[in-house]
Write a protein that binds this ligand. Structure first.
Ligand SMILES: Nc1ncnc2c1ncn2[C@@H]1O[C@H](COP(=O)(O)OP(=O)(O)OP(=O)(O)O)[C@@H](O)[C@H]1O
Ligand SMILES: [Mg+2]
Length: 412
C-alpha cells in the first residue's frame, strides 16, 4: 500500500470531531495534514483542528462517500467510535484508498454478536450471552444465566441500551430500551462478569500484535452502569493476569481478522480467567492514545494516521520507552443543568503532572444525570512516578474545575 508522497500535504478524512476524536485530530493538525472532519454537531470540539468541517452525520454513508471523492482524500480514519469504522473501510475500498481494515473485517468488528461468533470459533474466552428477539426469550435467558445479568444491543456503544438487570422485574424495561435503540431487532442477554476490568490498547502490523498500554477501567455504579470514570496505567492486577489479558486481546484481534491498525479490547477478569467483553478495531474513545503516548512514548495517534495514509510502519514505533511510572485519564462529571461557564481550567492544567485538561462542551449545552459516556463533561490526563501519584494528581487537577450550570427550567 503506497500513500501520498510525504512532501505534499496529505488530505485526511476523519469521521467524528467529538471528544473521542480530539487526540487524533490534534495530531493530524500538528503534522500539517489537510484535515477534513465530519460531525453532525457544528459545536463538536474537534472541529478546531480541522481545515474543512463537514456538518454531516458520521452514519450518513452516501454523504461521506461523496465528500471523500470530492475532496480527493488520501486516507480515511474512524477513531474513537464504532459504527463509522465499517463506513471508513467501505469508502476506502470503493475509492481505492489505502486502509488498515477490509470491509468484512470492519463490519465484523462493529457487531458485538458477529465478533463473538468469531471468538467462539477461535476459542477466545468471552462473555457468555444469549441472543434474544422477544421478552420471553430474554426472560428464559436471564433465568438460565442468573440475576443480576446484563442486557445490551449488539450494535451500539457508549452505554446506549446497556443495563444491569438486578431482578426479573427490571427485565422488561431493560429489554425494551435495548431493542428500541438497537439497529437490528435483537438483544443480547449476558452473564454479569464480576471482577476487575482492563482495556488492552494494541496495534497490529501485518498480523503482528503489539500490546501497548493495559489500563484499569474504573467504572461507575448503576444507573451509569459501565461508564468509565477513569483509565489508570499501569494496571494494578498481577503481572500474570495482565499477560493473560494481553493474550486474550491478541487472540481476539486475530479471530476478528484484524491484521493492521489499532485495537481497543475490553477484558473482564473473572475468577476463572479473562473474558473478552468486546474488541474495537480502532483507537479507544477515552483518550487512550494520548495516555499511551504519555506513558510509553508510543505515538499511537500518529501511527494510526500513518496507517490510514498507507505509510509504512516500522516495529521501532511500538517499542515502549517508559516515560512515566503511572498515567491516568480521569473523566469529569458535571452537575446537571445548562452549562453557563467552565471555571478553573487554567489552574487545573498548571497543576503538577498534568499533561492536559479537556472540556468537551460549550455554554448552552444541557447536562443530564450521568447515565452514559456522552454525559461526561471533560477529562484530565496526568502522569506521575507511580500509578498512585498519577491518580492523585489527576484528582487534584479535576478538583479545581467547576462546571457552572443553571437549572434547565429557569432558562426556558
Ligand atoms: N457482561 C458484563 N459483565 C460485567 N460488566 C459488563 C458486562 N457488559 C458490560 N459491562 C460493563 O459495561 C461496560 C460497557 O459495556 P459494553 O462495552 O458492552 O457497552 P458499550 O455500549 O459498547 O460501551 P463502550 O462504548 O464503553 O464500549 C463494560 O466496559 C463493563 O464495565
Ligand atoms: Mg464497548
Amino acid at each position: 500500500m503506497e500513500g501520498a508522497p510525504a512532501h505534499r500535504s496529505s488530505r485526511l478524512l476523519v469521521l467524528g470531531a467529538g471528544p473521542a476524536q480530539l487526540g487524533l485530530l490534534e495530531a493530524a493538525h500538528e503534522r500539517g495534514l489537510h484535515v477534513i472532519a465530519v460531525d453532525r454537531d457544528p459545536r463538536a470540539p474537534g472541529f478546531r483542528f480541522a481545515d474543512r468541517r463537514a456538518i454531516v452525520s458520521v452514519e450518513d454513508e452516501p454523504a461521506i462517500d461523496r465528500l471523500a471523492a470530492a475532496e480527493r482524500v488520501d486516507g480515511v480514519v474512524a477513531p474513537g467510535i464504532d459504527f463509522p469504522v465499517a463506513i471508513a473501510a467501505r469508502i476506502a475500498s470503493r475509492l481505492g484508498l489505502p486502509h488498515t481494515l477490509d470491509p468484512v473485517t470492519a463490519q465484523t468488528a462493529t457487531s458485538k454478536l458477529r465478533q463473538r461468533e468469531r471468538f467462539a470459533e477461535a476459542g477466545v474466552p468471552h462473555t457468555r450471552h444469549v441472543v434474544c428477539s422477544t421478552l420471553s426469550e430474554a426472560a428464559a435467558a436471564a433465568a438460565e444465566l442468573g440475576f443480576p445479568c446484563v442486557v445490551k444491543a449488539p450494535d451500539l456503544q457508549g452505554q446506549k441500551g446497556l443495563a444491569l438487570v438486578p431482578d426479573p422485574d427490571a427485565l422488561p424495561e431493560a429489554f425494551d430500551a435495548a431493542r428500541g435503540l438497537a439497529r437490528s431487532s435483537i438483544v443480547l442477554v449476558e452473564e454479569l462478569v464480576t471482577g476487575p476490568e482492563v482495556t488492552v490498547n494494541g496495534f497490529s502490523v501485518g498480523g503482528r500484535f503489539h500490546p501497548l498500554t493495559v489500563t484499569d477501567r474504573v467504572v461507575s455504579d448503576p444507573p451509569a452502569f459501565g461508564v468509565a470514570l477513569a483509565h489508570v496505567w499501569p494496571s494494578e492486577l498481577p503481572e500474570k493476569t495482565v499477560e493473560e489479558a494481553v493474550r486474550a486481546a491478541a487472540a481476539a484481534a486475530a479471530a476478528v481478522g484484524v491484521q493492521d491498525g489499532p485495537t481497543y479490547t475490553q477484558v473482564l477478569v473473572a475468577k476463572e480467567g479473562p473474558r473478552v467483553g468486546e474488541l474495537a478495531a480502532r483507537l479507544g474513545g477515552g483518550h487512550d492514545a494520548e495516555l499511551c503516548e504519555a506513558a510509553l512514548g508510543v505515538h499511537l495517534n500518529r501511527v494510526t494516521i500513518d496507517a490510514a495514509l498507507g505509510e509504512r510502519l516500522y516495529d521501532g514505533a511500538f517499542v515502549p520507552d517508559e516515560l512515566a511510572g503511572g498515567a491516568c485519564v480521569r473523566f469529569l462529571v458535571p452537575e446537571r443543568g445548562v452549562l453557563e461557564a467552565v471555571e478553573g481550567l487554567d489552574a487545573a492544567e498548571r497543576s503538577s503532572g498534568v499533561v492536559w485538561v479537556r472540556s468537551y462542551r460549550q455554554p448552552g449545552h444541557e447536562f443530564g444525570e450521568l447515565r452514559r459516556g456522552g454525559d461526561r463533561a471533560g477529562a484530565v490526563l496526568a502522569v506521575g512516578d507511580s500509578r498512585k501519584e498519577a491518580v492523585v494528581r489527576a484528582e487534584r487537577s479535576a478538583a479545581k474545575i467547576r462546571f457552572v450550570t443553571a437549572e434547565a427550567e429557569a432558562l426556558v
